[in-house]
Design a protein around this ligand. Structure first.
Ligand code: F6R
Length: 486
């Protein structure tokens, strides 16, 4: 079974994605039962959940939690005990009732009996969601390599690699406890849903072995391949060695956040561009990323010759715009197709002949993803292009509506964004400027850059910050889209 992975640009976005999942879980079931990790990985998640509780977006007042593990022989108040970690970073700040919290005892009188009782309590409560980190050696909880897939809560010896990795929290390696009590692999598999978080280059190998290696007790996390409802949530570095796994974008407040590495792959894509330069202006950055791993056709609906005012004849103007479009498409990596729709010359209604021509093109191209201008775009050419496209595209395509300088999306009228860098912006600007005749007339390059920057600033404030708290960091520019099934 292939496990899916959500891959975010950075740990902040990844953690927010998981915080949203936790929020939904609590909305669905306020007394949900969680298995929780410690370590450095979940710290951002806990901080976000604390913020959400402060803003009264969620409540843990009825939630029940079990911790994965605790060092053996450490004092509960020791700075590095997992009791202390959980109360300092989370429990003490979210108003959870201590009677709903279970963490393995660091000094049980009878270890075996304690483990049995802990396992029993987990089973009786029924785990709705287990949230996990992963060790560099592939451990989950403290189930070190070699632990049986059928293990329940048990006493375990920490491996050399874990002691070394965790020595960063202690004064020296010597002071790291050598044993721990941990929920077993079978215990974790009891959860209805499992979410594994991993950030940073150091985790890339373990993530790769867990997701794409053969399941083996040598890689404890690989057991998760046999669980039907697992999500790996990674940052870009932790995902950097994955080859076979489908990488999905994270989403926050129901907005998918795409970057160059979590886009669709291997698809046939048709971009309906009303005028020759709309593709570059509205989605130049996304298209040039998509074009690397998909076949992207830029379907130019109209000749656009009316927008050239050079005293030349119609034919020459059409040819000039085609030349510019080819040069621009070359920068982006798309293949232009010129439809020369008749509605552009014949007035204000869509034309049957245009629909016939567009349908024939669709039969040839067989696109799986289609882009059109957004619904509220008032520009007459954009409107007719959209209508003609929608009357012609096959059912079941994924429809991506885009915004143009003529009509920006209203608040929450979009559900996807593509975040991109200065370098990607330079390429987008280059593609726009290939439409020389247009940029001379109106600075669409400047407009497009300002819109993408404005989008990042405003979206960060309106959607990716928790009501006035610090917004998440994204790349400097965004292009926005509204995705639906047609
Ligand atoms: C801790 C736990 C461990 C950690 C793992 C990664 O409760 O169960 O499996 O998740 O050791 O630790 P960090 O996040 O510090 O890299």
């Amino acid at each position: 079974m292939t496990v899916q992975a959500v891959v975010a640009e950075n740990p902040g976005i990844a953690s927010r994605h998981v915080a949203d999942i936790v929020q939904r879980q609590l909305e669905e079931k306020p007394n949900a039962v969680f298995m929780l990790p410690t370590g450095s990985t979940p710290l951002r998640l806990y901080a976000l959940l604390v913020e959400m509780v402060e803003l009264e977006k969620i409540s843990f007042s009825k939630a029940v939690t079990f911790n994965l593990d605790e060092y053996l022989g450490i004092g509960k108040r020791h700075r590095q005990s997992y009791h202390r970690f959980m109360w300092d970073n989370f429990f003490g700040r979210v108003g959870i009732s201590s009677k709903n919290v279970s963490i393995p005892e660091p000094n049980p009188k009878d270890i075996e009996r304690f483990c049995e009782a802990y396992e029993e309590r987990v089973k009786r409560a029924g785990l709705d969601m287990a949230i996990l980190g992963i060790g560099e050696n592939g451990h989950i909880g403290f189930n070190e390599p070699g632990t049986s897939f059928s293990s329940e809560t048990h006493l375990t010896k920490l491996s050399k690699s874990t002691i070394k990795a965790n020595s960063r929290f202690f004064r020296s390696e010597k002071q790291v406890p050598k044993e721990a009590i941990t929920a077993g692999l079978k215990t974790i598999m009891l959860a209805k849903k499992v979410i594994l978080l991993a950030f940073g280059k150091k985790k890339a190998k373990a993530v790769k072995r867990a997701l794409e290696g053969k399941p083996s007790e040598e890689v404890p996390a690989s057991i998760l391949q046999m669980h039907g409802n697992v999500l790996f949530v990674l940052d870009r570095e932790a995902a950097s060695l994955l080859k076979k796994t489908r990488l999905k974008p994270p989403s926050i407040e129901n907005v998918k956040i795409y970057s160059s590495f979590n886009l669709p792959k291997g698809k046939r894509i048709g971009f309906f561009s009303p005028h020759p330069d709309d593709a570059a202006i509205s989605a130049g950055a996304l298209l040039s990323s998509l074009a690397e791993k998909n076949k992207v056709f830029e379907i130019v609906m109209t000749t656009g010759h009316r927008a050239i005012d050079s005293g030349k004849g119609r034919r020459q103007r059409i040819r000039a715009r085609e030349r510019e479009t080819k040069a621009s498409a070359k920068v982006i990596g798309t293949k232009p197709i010129f439809l020369k729709s008749r509605f552009y010359d014949n007035g204000e209604e869509i034309q049957e002949s245009d629909i016939r021509k567009t349908r024939a093109l669709m039969r040839k191209l067989k696109p799986q993803i289609v882009f059109v201008p957004q619904r509220l775009d008032p520009h007459p050419t954009h409107l007719l292009s959209r209508k003609t496209a929608l009357a012609s595209i096959p059912h079941h395509v994924e429809l991506w509506a885009y915004e143009t300088p003529w009509a920006l999306f209203g608040h929450k009228r979009f559900n996807a964004c593509f975040q991109f860098s200065e370098k990607e912006m330079r390429k987008k600007l280059k593609a726009i400027r290939r439409h020389e005749s247009q940029v001379q007339r109106t600075r669409f390059d400047t407009a497009a850059k300002n819109i993408a920057e404005f989008r990042r600033i405003i979206i960060a404030e309106q959607m990716f910050s928790q009501l006035g708290k610090k917004p998440l960091e994204t790349k400097p520019y965004l292009e926005l889209f509204s995705i639906s099934k047609w």
